[in-house]
Design a protein around this ligand. Structure first.
Ligand SMILES: Cc1cc2nc3c(=O)[nH]c(=O)nc-3n(C[C@H](O)[C@H](O)[C@H](O)COP(=O)(O)OP(=O)(O)OC[C@H]3O[C@@H](n4cnc5c(N)ncnc54)[C@H](O)[C@@H]3O)c2cc1C
Length: 395
């Protein structure tokens, strides 16, 4: 038995902080000295090497992370960022992996998976750890009669992912209920809080996926829900679902959203090949009124119905699914193991080897080749370039 004084132990543990394979200072100390030591200093961050990222994504695609760590709390987040800074390696923050396409070659730096849990409820304010499941939060809210996120039921991923692209569906956007976000600033290596206004939310956008992409890690989100009112049934699919039925509760509205999503392959259901995707692969493009008029004229000429939506001032949103279909791509179209969902034109899917097989069949390169084929055809026909919604990682 080697007996070290506390100063030696702290120095040894701190020199080994985050060493690949080291679960804690104690284990690392044993490893280095080949002896048993008693150590009171322990760390929770485990940095592993060459971890396949495909199982951490809903696409089930992607090569390995050179280093990988799961952050169970804010200390781990700070620790991991310092670790990456000291070694000058790139850092990528991963939530539920439902809005990413990871390169076949993987990611050459540290992937930090946010697993910080916890929901604190104070009246209608929910303070939520970034690693909590978003859909579990929706379920908890609607069961307790809170409004504001019932139409966002069934969206996969973590709470931490929701402010990043201002998640939205069926007439609701998460920005309408976010009050405050707690963040770690990777550049300054310190924590801060931001109000919703500071997050600069717009359609599928915030400063976190635009001007400040890669700078902040969301560790907690404060959602201010509405304690009363009626579910928001502004979206056509939802309206028609409840036509002729009594006014639904929040829970019934959320259940209806999940059922509609399931019918479109937009709910994660084990064994459903149509949900091996990142949800909508393309954003609905915002076009000028002039371009929208041209597209409307095309629709009128071909006798197809087209519904456009209001966008930001001076712009109109055109459904990307309609543009894709009018450019010659039908549901179920495929190129090799990459395809369009058989139930939703906007979702590109990884056609796997078989139901429930986690390996999946498509490469990231195949998915991108199909995406380019579609985007090129839409641009050639309508002069509108479709923008990809999921984030490309490691390209
Ligand atoms: C079947 C299906 C249906 C979907 N339907 C919808 C829909 O209706 N509407 C919609 O808006 N989206 C939808 N999505 C996309 C996706 O679910 C959401 O964008 C989700 O919020 C992503 O969260 P995530 O935790 O999985 O993030 P990830 O996919 O892990 O990451 C996405 C981006 O957010 C960043 N990020 C994640 N967590 C953090 C954090 N804690 N701090 C800082 N950055 C972070 C990542 O770095 C990355 O840039 C769908 C996806 C699937 C597979």
């Amino acid at each position: 038995m080697v007996v070290l004084n506390i100063a030696d132990l702290l120095q040894l543990a701190s020199s080994l902080r985050g060493e690949p394979g080291a679960r804690s200072g104690a284990i690392a100390a044993r490893k280095r000295r080949g002896e048993f030591v008693t150590i009171l200093y322990s760390l929770s961050l485990e940095i592993r090497e060459n971890i396949s990222l495909a199982p951490f994504t809903t696409f089930k695609i992607g090569g390995p992370a050179r280093w990988f760590a799961a952050a169970a709390g804010e200390d781990d987040v700070a620790e991991a960022c310092k670790w990456a800074r000291q070694r000058d390696v790139p850092l990528f923050v991963l939530g539920g992996g439902s809005n990413v396409l990871v390169a076949d070659g993987g990611f050459p730096g540290l992937v930090l998976h946010i697993a910080a849990k916890g929901v604190e409820q104070d009246g209608n304010l929910f303070r939520v750890g970034a690693g909590e499941s978003w859909d579990d939060l929706v379920q908890r809210a609607v069961e307790n009669g809170f409004a504001g996120i019932e139409c966002l039921a069934g969206i996969p991923g973590t709470a931490g992912g929701t402010p990043v692209q201002n998640v939205g569906a069926y007439g609701q956007e998460v920005s309408s209920v976010i009050e405050r976000v707690r963040l770690f600033d990777i550049a300054a290596l310190s924590f801060l809080e931001m109000s919703a206004a500071d997050c600069q939310f717009s359609y599928r956008r915030s400063r976190f996926n635009s001007a400040d992409r890669g700078r902040f890690i969301v560790t907690r989100i404060d959602y201010r829900l509405r304690p009363k009112g009626a579910p928001q049934l502004s979206y056509a699919d939802l309206k028609s679902y409840f036509e002729g039925r009594p006014a639904p509760s929040f829970r019934e509205a959320a259940d209806a959203v999940r059922r509609i999503r399931r019918g479109k392959g937009m709910l994660l259901v084990p064994g459903d090949p149509d949900c091996r995707s990142a949800g909508s692969f393309f954003k609905n493009p915002s076009v000028t009124h002039q371009v929208a008029d041209r597209i409307r004229a095309f629709a009128a000429g071909t006798g197809t119905s087209l519904r456009v939506y209001p966008g930001e001032v001076g712009y109109v949103k055109v459904p990307a699914a309609w543009l894709i279909e009018q450019s010659g791509f039908a549901k179920g179209y495929s190129q090799g193991a990459a395809g369009i969902s058989s139930r939703h034109t906007l979702a590109l899917i990884n056609i796997g080897y078989g139901v429930g097989d986690a390996r999946g069949g498509a490469t990231a390169a195949e998915i991108l080749a199909l995406a380019s084929e579609i985007a090129d055809a839409v641009e050639a026909k309508f002069g509108v370039r479709l923008e990809m919604e999921p984030e490309k990682v490691g390209f």
